[in-house]
Design a protein around this ligand. Structure first.
Ligand code: TYM
Length: 342
């Protein structure tokens, strides 16, 4: 991320934490808004990345599919450049400290705060027959994920900003009541036009989501080239037929942002490139750029999935490393709360 603050020389390396749900193959939204930034951060920061399977069950999951998707998500993160030698890369349910810390934090979180979370309101509307307590307390578990590692920066897409803000409120309240225990984290969100929020290809007023019931709305990063091309050619746009970034042109704006990410060209340059050309040409060009950009990730993913023993070794070691960090914070939390030593 161009606006990523540089890690100061000579001081302790800042800590980065982020997570992703294994609820389906990652979309272009996940990739552009979050994951593509995670690899480069490994060079300067102490990075901890997590497949958040505990969060995934706030929506009913098929157990066999969840197991498969968790491994796939783990491999996909590696295929996107996360290196288990450079970062701690683990699966959330393998580290019980997250559940333990979440309980402690839930007692420092107000009902009213959780009621205001827009993701809760959206999901409660979408899954009206299963508005479970986990869906409601989801942000508390996310706060535990972040605070257990004394995280400084949380690279996420725009939609997660509110959860990181709540994490800060919870940390501040706990620190105020019991003495400084947690580092105050900050969201790290791409401030450029390109990428903080990638929209559905079928309804560009909604964010692209892997749980969209209409698969034409999202591109998954493992989609075949022909499928990617088809989805972009069918993307919903306006009827002006002018490739220009402007208010109200949500569909075209979204495609321009995607194209910008994959070609490195800025929005005025894209507008110039397609001056006098129709939307058909533009949509095909976006599709081709995405196909090309994703090819190395798709190839690496296939290789990784052929070596399950290696993946298993990586996630087991990842969990051990994660626990050795989070255990120190949890111990401090228990002590501060007044739990009798075992
Ligand atoms: P999740 O799994 O929904 O998404 C993972 C990351 O992808 C970003 N993202 C997007 N960015 C731009 N445009 C989009 N259309 C788009 N869709 C998703 C998200 O902002 C996110 O960064 N609650 C989190 C997972 C989580 C987490 C954490 C994140 C659990 N614990 C601790 C950070 C720190 C979530 O559901 O992400």
């Amino acid at each position: 991320m161009a606006e990523t603050p540089a890690a100061p020389q000579g001081e302790r390396k800042k800590i980065i934490f982020s997570g992703i749900q294994p609820t389906g193959v990652f979309t272009l939204g996940n990739y552009i808004g979050a994951i593509r930034h995670w690899g480069p951060l490994q060079e300067e920061y102490r990075c901890i990345y997590c497949v958040v399977d505990l969060h995934a069950i706030t929506v009913r999951q098929d157990p066999a599919a969840l197991r498969r998707r968790t491994l796939e998500a783990y491999a996909l993160l590696m295929a996107c450049g996360l290196d288990p030698e450079k970062s701690i890369l683990f699966i959330q349910s393998h580290n019980p400290h997250h559940n333990q810390c979440a309980w402690a934090l839930s007692c420092s979180t107000q009902f009213g705060e959780l009621s205001r979370m827009t993701q809760f309101k959206d999901k409660a509307a979408r899954y009206a027959d299963n508005i479970n307590a986990g869906l409601f307390t989801y942000p508390v578990l996310m706060a535990a994920d972040i605070l257990l590692y004394q995280t400084d920066l949380v690279p996420v897409g725009e939609d997660q900003r509110q959860h990181v803000e709540l994490t800060r409120d919870i940390a501040g309240r706990f620190n105020g009541a019991f003495g400084t225990t947690f580092t105050m984290p900050e969201a790290l969100i791409s401030r450029s036009e390109e990428g903080a929020r990638i929209m559905s290809l079928q309804d560009p007023t909604r964010k692209m989501s892997k749980s969209d019931p209409n698969p034409k709305g999202f591109v998954s990063i493992l989609d075949e080239p022909s499928v990617i091309m088809k989805k972009f050619r069918g993307a919903v746009t306006d009827s002006e037929a002018q490739v220009a970034y402007a208010p109200g042109k949500d569909g075209i704006n979204n495609l321009m942002r995607i194209y910008s990410v994959f070609t490195g060209r800025d929005l005025p340059a894209i507008q110039e490139e397609f001056a006098g050309k129709g939307y058909g040409d533009f949509k095909s060009a976006v599709g081709e750029a995405v196909v090309q950009g994703l090819a190395p990730i798709q190839n690496r993913y296939k290789e990784l999935m052929e070596d399950k023993a290696y993946l298993e070794r990586c996630y087991q070691e990842g969990a051990q490393k994660a626990m050795s960090v989070s255990g120190r914070t949890l111990e401090k939390v228990y002590k501060r709360l007044g739990f009798l030593h075992k």
